[in-house]
Design a protein around this ligand. Structure first.
Ligand SMILES: Nc1ncnc2c1ncn2[C@@H]1O[C@H](COP(=O)(O)OP(=O)(O)O)[C@@H](O)[C@H]1O
Ligand SMILES: [Mg+2]
Length: 278
């Protein structure tokens, strides 16, 4: 069984890349008390010649649900990868509860954050073991409770082999929405202080999307969460929406204040309303 760190790297498609950052010799474990996240004046480039993020700053207050929106290629997933410290930044600092993540042990950082990525990876084992991955020591009852909270119980109990159903490449193929709910069930079991959703519903039809959105709303209640979204209609209820463009913050506020401001968010909103034929 692979370590949970490897699991997270697989989720971001980073497994084939060499280890990118190493712990400093006196790295301290991250201690999360409230879950405040601060990006302070971050600049970052994958390759020296091409800046991806420049002077980016924002804060997620303890318990706040913040959405990151913006066009494809704006730098949203890069922000997610930096929060996990898959790369170190060239300028600025990322702080969690006032601790610079550069000086924290990577294992403790990744243990503190639960991620629901765009494409959930299922392992070639049973459904119950796939969910238990979120916290390997969890009892069957705890895993089944997480499955229920993730709105997956009726689906699983309707299968001939129920929780023992084999999934993955050689097993039952799950739909996009079912896989996302497996990822949410894992996250519920892990019970991290900080949650990160990267376009978790973007590949779903609207029925699965609303089931996944409801599960996301429940699991993120009272937790600091960062929700990266393509479809703006899925983040209307966020405490704050931050609009990213060309690697920087261009506006932020509630849905209503951003619509009133008639800036980039209002433009993107109007475009998406037209696409839906509303
Ligand atoms: N591993 C990488 N190496 C080089 N460039 C990358 C890498 N990952 C992403 N990029 C580039 O960084 C920019 C921002 O990408 P990304 O953060 O994925 O945007 P978003 O999630 O907002 O669509 C894009 O131009 C993308 O091509
Ligand atoms: Mg992305």
């Amino acid at each position: 069984i692979k370590s949970s760190m490897t699991n997270i790297e697989r989720m971001f498609g980073l497994l084939k890349e060499a280890p990118l950052v190493v712990d400093t010799q006196n790295a301290q474990p991250l201690t999360v008390s409230n879950g405040k996240i601060e990006f302070k004046d971050i600049s970052f480039a994958y390759e020296p010649s091409r800046t991806i993020l420049s002077n980016l700053s924002f804060t997620v207050q303890p318990g706040e649900k913040v959405a990151l929106v913006g066009s494809s290629g704006a730098g949203k997933s890069t922000i997610a990868k930096l929060l996990f410290r898959f790369y170190d930044t060239s300028k600025g600092a990322i702080l969690i509860d006032d601790q610079n993540i550069k000086h924290c042990a990577q294992h403790s950082l990744r243990a503190a954050i639960g991620v629901v990525p765009q494409d959930t990876v299922l392992f070639n084992t049973s459904l119950i073991e796939n969910v238990r991955y979120g916290r390997p020591g969890a009892s069957d009852a705890e895993v089944k409770h997480a499955i229920e909270l993730a709105h997956l119980k009726d689906f699983v109990e309707g299968l001939p082999k129920q929780y023992e159903t084999q999934v993955g490449e050689r097993g039952l193929k799950l739909s996009g929405g079912e896989k996302q709910r497996v990822a949410i069930a894992r996250t519920i079991l892990k019970n991290p202080a900080i949650l990160l959703f990267d376009e978790a519903t973007s590949s779903l039809d609207s029925a699965s999307e609303s089931a996944v959105m409801e599960a996301i709303r429940e699991v993120s209640a009272g937790k600091s969460s960062l929700v990266i979204a393509h479809r703006l209609s899925t983040v209307v209820d966020a405490d704050r929406i931050i609009v990213i463009d060309k690697g920087g913050v261009v506006e932020q506020g509630s849905h209503h204040s951003l619509i009133k401001a008639q800036g980039l968010y209002a433009q993107l909103w109007a475009l998406q309303q037209n696409e839906q034929g509303i």
